[in-house]
Ligand binder design. Structure first.
Ligand SMILES: NC(=O)c1ccc[n+]([C@@H]2O[C@H](COP(=O)([O-])OP(=O)(O)OC[C@H]3O[C@@H](n4cnc5c(N)ncnc54)[C@H](O)[C@@H]3O)[C@@H](O)[C@H]2O)c1
Length: 305
């Protein structure tokens, strides 16, 4: 309990540091050890959204983070915002050499890699991707190249350095769209279904090298990617309206799915708290995908009168 309170205090201090209000409470940061103290993490898609939120949380837990992203402007800005424990490197996960280069850059800077989070992803357009008879296979390939091939490249090159070291935690970003139908386009849903499958499959081989591989599958969260998609679906609704709608889509009373929920799931899987967890798909959805109502035609009150 005490440890949790101190962690929360540390987080509050760190958040206020981001806002430039650290003041005299800075001592708390140096006094505590985090769950990722001294660990080195590489996060693809780390410039924005869930990757950025995870980078922030990892740093609060004592890690140093390399943000690998195709968007250099946003990546550099995010690294500056997160402070000296964050470093940006340009990376396009479509290109294997670029992913290999990001891993090598992390090693060159920190001499090792403890955590690899493959968070980079795209949702793509809904047109030409949502109906089977008119499925645009080029658009399918485009999304698969980023989401699936990019994740596979991340696992491959993290393994290249983690397996010889005999330890490491690889995380992949799934989605509830990879669990239930009709929550995303065909390419997006299939890419996420396959990502959970890759984590499971790779976990078998990598267990022999002391490397764990897990997947995180979140519910909808109002990140730039999802806000933009919903805004299109809702014919240009403004950001505040779209954000409120996204926050209302869950089932768990009194809570909405937030980026920090994914970030904390990632901390758990990356840290020794999850040291015996591998091949797992950690679904962060407030129970959304665990049930479905039957369309039972219950009599309405007036029918029984
Ligand atoms: N937000 C949600 O509701 C939600 C839910 C489930 C899963 N996800 C997944 O979470 C991940 C992050 O998405 P987000 O919601 O944070 O969106 P986001 O757009 O805020 O972040 C995605 C990041 O990936 C980067 N990126 C895109 N293509 C890239 C490439 N080829 N190479 C390197 N970087 C690239 C972008 O520049 C961006 O910084 C994605 O894999 C997404 O599918 C999101």
């Amino acid at each position: 309990m005490m440890l949790r309170l101190v962690r929360e205090a540390r987080r509050a201090v760190a958040s206020s540091e981001l806002l430039g209000r650290a003041g005299g409470r800075r001592w708390l940061c140096t006094a505590m050890k985090g769950r990722l103290e001294g660990k080195i993490a590489l996060i693809t898609g780390g410039a924005s959204g869930l990757g950025k939120a995870t980078a922030h949380e990892f740093i609060q837990e004592g890690a140093s983070v390399v943000l690998a992203d195709i968007n250099s402007q946003m990546g550099l800005q995010t690294a500056e915002e997160l402070g000296p424990q964050a470093h940006f490197i340009h990376c396009d996960v479509i290109l294997e050499d670029s992913v290999a280069g990001a891993v090598d850059a992390a090693i060159a800077r920190h001499s090792r890699l403890d955590v690899m989070f493959n968070s980079a992803g795209v949702v793509g357009s809904l047109s030409g991707t949502s109906e089977m008879a008119t499925l645009d296979l080029d658009k399918f390939d485009d999304i698969m190249r980023v989401n699936l091939r990019g994740t596979l490249a991340g696992i491959k090159h993290a393994t290249r350095v983690m397996a010889p070291a005999g330890s490491g935690s690889i995380l992949c970003m799934g989605s509830i769209s990879g669990i239930m139908g009709c929550l995303g386009s065909y390419p997006y849903s299939l890419s996420k279904l396959a990502i959970a499958g890759i984590a499971r499959t790779a976990a078998v081989e990598l267990a022999r090298h002391g490397v764990r591989v897990n997947c995180i599958s979140p519910h909808a969260i109002a990140t730039p990617m999802v806000v933009q998609q919903f805004s299109q679906m809702l014919q240009g609704a403004d950001e505040a309206t779209v954000t409120a709608i996204i926050r209302s889509l869950g089932e768990l009373k009194g809570a909405a799915c937030e980026a920090v929920d994914v970030a904390r799931a990632a901390v758990y899987l990356a840290s020794d708290d999850g040291k015996y967890v591998s091949g797992h798909n950690l679904v962060v959805d407030g129970g959304f995908t665990t049930y479905k109502y039957m369309n039972v035609p219950f009599p309405k009150p007036q029918d029984s009168e």
